[in-house]
Design a protein around this ligand. Sequence first.
Ligand SMILES: [Zn+2]
Ligand SMILES: [Zn+2]
Length: 135
Amino acid sequence: MTAPRVRALAASLVGFAILFSGIPVVVHGGRASDLTWFILVFLFCQYVAFRLLRRATLAQEDERLALARAKHEKKTAERQQATGPVLGKLCAVCTRRIVFEDDGSRCKECLLPVHHECRSQHEGSAHQAGVGAYR
Ligand SMILES: [Zn+2]
Ligand SMILES: [Zn+2]
């Protein structure tokens, strides 16, 4: 339970406490109209509890949406990373930077950037003998 939910529960319980504390007053005092005020305070407490609970639920929903959005953005960024231009990326074989776009391209199997001259070496070591794609 989050803190706003605890506060909502507390507000609700305070309302009940006030209502029940009002009953003996009326029983001993005899005037039923006195109870009206206790009922009003009770209802107000329930209203406050409802508002707190609603705010907590909305905040939780916001948090969930933000999390989903961040996840989606991360996924998109990863996809762009795997398919974007190789210019400026590090070659997966020799770890030197690919300085010109024409110097290299992405491996068709694992999408890692490699120099054209490093390609055969990459395919030999990464994709032969069932080693499979490493990312
Ligand atoms: Zn290379
Ligand atoms: Zn590869």
